[in-house]
Design a protein. Structure first.
Length: 136
């Protein structure tokens, strides 16, 4: 009898340890800059949002005379490999139809100042009195 209780307790303990959530990397929450939503009595709706990381999404939906839901929308995001991804889509009686556009984001060239300009003093220098006059 004690053996059965011990085995049950051991199985419970192992299950709890194995089934416990694993600690993973944490990330900072991404701010939502803009969010709109509208739901109408006829079953139509629209929503949109834009987040601080550049992710955007808009969607419109309506009920067709057949009772099917027709949806069109778009979403955009920047991929980890610096590609702008945009997906325009429709969904309805003919299924989900996406149109995907992927574009490489050009990186800005590094700013370099020639030594000749530095030697000639042509680098922008603003006196502290000029800066103070800007503040009023």
């Amino acid at each position: 009898m004690h053996g059965i209780i011990f085995c049950s307790y051991l199985a419970f303990l192992l299950g709890s340890v194995i089934g416990a959530p694993q600690e993973g990397p944490t990330t900072e929450p991404i701010a939502i800059l803009r969010q709109e939503q509208e739901v109408n009595f006829d079953g139509s709706y629209k929503f949109s949002f834009e987040s601080a990381d550049g992710t955007k999404r808009t969607e419109n939906g309506k009920i067709l005379d057949t009772g099917d839901l027709a949806v069109d929308g778009t979403y955009e995001y920047l991929s980890p490999n610096n590609m702008a991804v945009k997906v325009d889509y429709t969904s309805g009686p003919n299924g989900f139809i996406p149109k995907v556009t992927i574009q490489k984001i050009a990186e800005a060239p590094p700013l370099s100042i020639s030594p000749k300009l530095q030697d000639q003093g042509l680098i922008l220098r603003i006196s502290s009195s000029a800066i103070a006059s800007l503040s009023g």
